[in-house]
Each structure stands twice: as C-alpha cells, then as structure tokens.
Design a protein around this ligand. Sequence first.
Ligand SMILES: [Zn+2]
Ligand SMILES: [Zn+2]
Length: 167
Amino acid sequence: MADAGPGTHEPISGGCLCKAVKYSIAFPQGCWPPKKNNICHCTQCRKATGALMSHILTVTPSQITWTCEDRSFREYSSSTGIFRGFCQTCGSTLSWRNTKTPAEIDIFSGTLDEDVLIGGDGETGKKILMTDKQLWCENIVPGVTDGVKSRLMYKTNAEGGFLGGFA
Ligand SMILES: [Zn+2]
Ligand SMILES: [Zn+2]
C-alpha cells in the first residue's frame, strides 16, 4: 500500500464483523494523510461500541464507497442531528455523522481491515492512527485510558475545554 502520489494514497478498506457491510475510502489529491483523527472517551461512543475509548477517522462522505448486503447498514440517531451507522446483523458500529457538518463523516478506525492497520510497512496504519485530539477527557478512566498520547486534549468536545497536549 504505497503512496499513489503526493497527497494521495491507494484506497483503504474496512467493514463490519460479519462482512455484510464493507466500505472503501479513497484518498484523491490533497486527502492524504488524513487531516483529522480523534480518540473519543464519551459515554455514547462507549455504549455504542462497547469499548472504553474509540479511535475515529474523519473523511468527506465523497471519499467513501459503501457496499452493503441485505440492507444491513442502519443508522441510529443518538442525539439531535447525530447519526451512528451500524450493521444490524452483527452490531458493529461503523460511522458517526452530524447533520450540521455534512462535509464530514467519522469512521470508527477499528473497523478498518487488519492489513490496513497493521499490514505492509506499517506506515499506512500509523498515518491513520496518529492521534490528533482526544475528546471528552473528563470521562478518562484513571490508570486505564489515560496513557494515550495525542497532540491536543479537550475536557469535552469544545475548544474552550483545552487541557493541554503533547508535542
Ligand atoms: Zn455485520
Ligand atoms: Zn464519542
């Protein structure tokens, strides 16, 4: 999975646990490496994924091609204007979007295929997972989920709640 040219990358793939929902993310000119990726410690992401924290990659909807069998992809509205995409067959949480920011969609990075995350020379996974921000840090579990480094850390998801960060 080498770079396909400056600012571009070959498409990366992912999907749900049962493989009924699959997706491919393209990285046309200027889209590589991904500009936004966060770790979210919020209670809603915990409940939706069953994981203590979620790594999320933000892309534009036009970068994603979904392939879905049997209409397995569904969305649950967890708050006003917030839609969490999941597979209704196996329950995997796949995406998050806010109707107020239609130019962005978040993909839960744990649903990327294994060869994307840890395959090849490791550079693709590293560039996707290199965490920019951690959000909802007020929910960090001391001694358990507080060991992750990121450039910026916020108490909630608001810029005003800046807690610091690492270089
Ligand atoms: Zn599934
Ligand atoms: Zn969250």
